[in-house]
Design a protein around this ligand. Structure first.
Ligand code: G6P
Length: 372
């Protein structure tokens, strides 16, 4: 009913709007007055966490993209090797698991069969499993050694939005917590990132306030057949998520690529007026990364692409090459997906509406896939 949707036309719109609160709620009570993380819920004791020598993340769909981003954060802040794998592939390839492997299973519903089977397999090999889940008491957290709940609240729209942002927050918390427990050489950075994270909901809110041009752009592209998405570093999984949202909602051919792979194939797809969304990393953090993507934008534009550039406020280097410029607030490099994903959700939702699609219940899809 309209009341359930809180005055919005679709649950998805309501859930997109709820993201600042979902992010803040997921942080609530997990950072103490001294800016340290207190994750008592992670019942895996600190000594076991100190001994962990490998992390494997398993998930499906949007949760898998959160896992891909988590890998960048975990390896950078903890120096523990981390793999991410689609749950549906994981147990069929005889993965190397032992009691010092920490497996992280990410699932909004807690009922996805592939993810559940992956975690069962991991536990049979003696590995510890930490679930990141949005649904209290669901099967995946019940069968795990520990659980860090995301506090997105119920997500009704099939295409995941607020659950994704809270999965990212939970992944950052786990990564920073591991860094804290293990006392890595990144101690100061960990401290400052916790502070930045505790402030991030405001920036998500800021993005939401500036989405009208994105909606307008989406409507103008409603008769296109293809949209490509490019990113580097954590912007790469964001590109994959942007493409997934567009497939799910707009039923358009959408593909995400690592921008560095352009020359190895995707650039052959560029033709006159093809919309290409590019997620640009902060020009402050790692400038090499930023410079490389600016030249990628130049390359595709020279071949006729219509460039839709998502870049940090104050990033002037992209201006000459952006046919459409979507501004996001400045964040630390690793946290950027929390703000960069939001315009892509709005973009896909508006395109779906413009194409007359059912936003909350896309054809052929289910909110939770409980069969293999
Ligand atoms: C389905 C949903 C996706 C979701 C995926 C994983 O495909 O349509 O939105 O990302 O399942 O779901 P989970 O509940 O495990 O996060």
């Amino acid at each position: 009913s309209a009341a359930e949707k809180g005055g919005y036309d679709y649950f998805m719109l309501k859930e997109i709007a709820e993201q600042p609160k979902a992010v803040a709620d997921t942080l609530l009570g997990r950072i103490d007055g001294n800016g340290r993380l207190t994750l008592d819920e992670v019942r895996i004791d600190a000594s076991a966490l100190r001994e962990t020598d490998k992390i494997v993340i398993v998930a499906c769909g949007t949760a898998f993209h959160a896992g891909m981003i988590a890998k960048y954060a975990i390896e950078h802040w903890t120096r523990i090797p981390c793999e991410v794998e689609l749950a549906s592939e994981f147990r069929y390839r005889d993965p190397i698991l032992d009691p010092r492997t920490l497996v992280i299973a990410i699932s909004q519903s807690g009922e996805t069969m592939d993810t559940l089977m992956a975690l069962r397999h991991a536990r049979e090999q003696g590995s510890k499993v930490l679930a990141i889940c949005n649904t209290n008491g669901s099967t995946i957290p019940r069968e795990s050694d520990a659980v860090l709940y995301t506090h997105a609240g119920p997500e009704v729209a099939v295409a995941s939005t607020k659950a994704f942002l809270t999965q990212l927050v939970a992944c950052y918390l786990v990564a920073l917590y591991l860094g804290q427990v293990r006392g890595t050489k990144w101690g100061d950075e960990i401290h400052s990132q916790i502070r930045e994270l505790s402030d991030i909901a405001k920036q998500v809110d800021q993005v939401l306030e500036t989405m009208e041009p994105v909606r307008e752009l989406a409507r103008s592209l409603k008769d296109k057949n293809t949209v490509l998405f490019l990113g580097r570093h954590v912007g790469y999984p964001v590109a994959l998520e942007g493409a997934l949202k567009l497939k799910e909602l707009a039923y358009m051919h959408a593909e995400g690529f690592a921008a560095g792979e352009l020359k190895h194939g995707p650039i052959a797809l560029i033709e006159e007026d093809l919309p290409v969304v590019v997620v640009v990393p902060s020009p402050r953090g790692r400038d090499v990364l930023h410079d490389k993507i600016v030249s990628n934008i130049q390359e595709i534009r020279a071949r006729g692409a219509r460039t839709i550039v998502i870049a940090e406020e104050g990033d002037e280097a992209v201006v000459p090459y952006a046919d459409h410029l979507i501004r996001i607030p400045a964040t630390p490099t690793l946290l950027q997906p929390l703000v960069a994903t939001v315009p892509l959700q709005v973009f896909a939702c508006e395109l779906a509406t413009a194409r007359g699609n059912e936003v909350d219940q896309p054809r052929n899809l289910a909110k939770s896939v409980t069969v293999e």
